[in-house]
Ligand binder design. Sequence first.
Ligand code: PRX
Length: 646
Amino acid sequence: MAQALLITIKKLLMTLQINSLEDYQKAYQSSVENPSEFWDNIAENFLWRKKWTQTLAYDWSVPETKWFLEGKLNITENCLDRHLASKGDQTAIIWEPNDPNDAAQHITYRQLHSKVCAFANVLKNNKVVKGDRVCIYMPMVAELSVAVLACARIGAIHSVVFAGFSSRALAARINDAECKVLLTADGGFRGDKVTPLKDIADEALKTCPSIKKSIVFQRTKQTIAWTSDRDLWWHEELTKVDDSCPAEVMDSEDILFILYTSGSTGKPKGMVHTCGGYMLYAAYSFLNVFQYKPNDIYWCTADIGWITGHSYIVYGPLATGATTVMFEGVPSYPDYGRFWEVCEKHKVTQFYTAPTAIRALAKHPLSFVTDHDLSSLRILGTVGEPINEEAWHWYDDNIGKNKCPIVDTWWQTETGGMMISSLAGVTQDKPTFATLPLPGIQPVLLDADGAEITDIKAEGILAIKQPWPSLARTIYGDNERYKNVYFSAYPNYYFPGDGALRDALGNYRITGRVDDVVIVSGHNLGTAPIENAINEHDNIVESAVVGFPHDIKGNALYAYVITYDGVIQTDELITEIRNLVAKTIGAIAKPDKVQFVKGLPKTRSGKIMRRILRKIASGNAGDLGDTSTLLNPEIIDDLQKGFDKN
Ligand code: PRX
């Protein structure tokens, strides 16, 4: 243990970072030819309590995947303890508040270690033990990172729920994982809005019998209700503990966290990530894609409620001893220059955001950018959805001043880490292309019959051929669904649900989802849960929701809705429908457009032909393709007329 602690960040950088195209090619080749040796060499750069006995075991017909079998570790010793000797006084987290007039916090590795240990003791005092599930529903305060790490410290499984979700969505996630404790806040600041998180949580907890305690962080100081045998103030609990907390020894395959993502059926999927493989891949991919160097200041603008925040605000950067910025606010507050003001203020070197944010900011006068000194920036990144050419060039010209490589990182909640991306300045970027797979990742393109397309230049269904360490191991409580969604359509491949094309040099460009998931402003939304929410309205018989192209959001949602006979189809009803979706799922899932229709285009087997609905919603009804298998072709005219009026 003591010897392992001597591995400093410098060594980690030297051994894990790929610095040239030639190194990338070598690493890639060895990862394919000899995966066990390749991953063993990487794993040896981390702190293990006991070395693994086998690198990998998998059977995708079960499906089951295991990495670093019998290895023992705690991820927080890798993210915190081992940095204390060499960089205890270095800033681990720079927390930038919503209001630029408030002070930023600079939390060193030593301070973060102390905060995490103290809060881990709070959890223990409240009877949280290894394996218990803890739901975290918090704004982007530094304590959110502390909470996540404190769970990991004692082996509790965290399930972070994005603080924009509604009480029903929160309750569904708490109940699915049977969480024992909820960590929340009185409220959260986002721009000029205050989200009443405690009120929303209280509403959720009316239907969550598994929750024994709710620990409330005080952020907004607003008036809140209090349930005295359940609710506890975060700051009061901290007065009862010290900051010494040994790390729980975890098996490599023990669960680290659950994170819910939308699926194409109603229930969200609790993706399960485990300790060893996830840690390794988050750190390795972070170091290589962002080419992090000592003293860099790295900023990912995501929320920790999404996988991007888990892997690339918290775990990846901290496991490599980086300085990571956490931002509480929004890009438009107090004005559209906020991102650039923060970059200037903290001298950010790597900046990672979503295409939707870039498109939104590009609509405003360039002076919001040029008012700020962006000369510290070295590397830019995007994530969450395909980036269009125009947005890519705006980012390159105005933010990177044509000097910063742009990494377009394709990955998913399920993959745990970045899968296809350039390595900044090491491999070539290409506008609108995620480009090449990271070492260890073997993408293929499949045709409609599931056969691998061997031509290099091709378009098809994206699939991954071999397991990688941070693949989600299952859906919490539902391995059958995991098998059906990811491993059944194309046996022996992992099927991510995206289409892609490949250029003659092997660069991949993601063309979008091939299932009923729509990416709205970088958020992955299943259409089925939205339809279920709409159908709950007393006046609605049936609905179908599809995506359509949107200038800023990438895609927006279009709902076709059938009402009961005699219902008057008013604008008020449309508002009610949109509000019902916001209440059931969250404001992010509200349809932009709602059209009342007499019927939906269906096949003889009763399946809605969504292809037709998508075409009409995107204004392309001239090209509806084959409609001969429709049971009710006459409906198309009605759909089109309604669209023209909408
Ligand atoms: O469709 C792909 C899209 O986002 C989906 C994954 O969503 P989620 O699990 O919420 O994770 C988002 C953050 C990693 C993918 O199946 N997607 C993600 N990154 C890209 C992308 N589409 C195109 N280009 C990307 N860089």
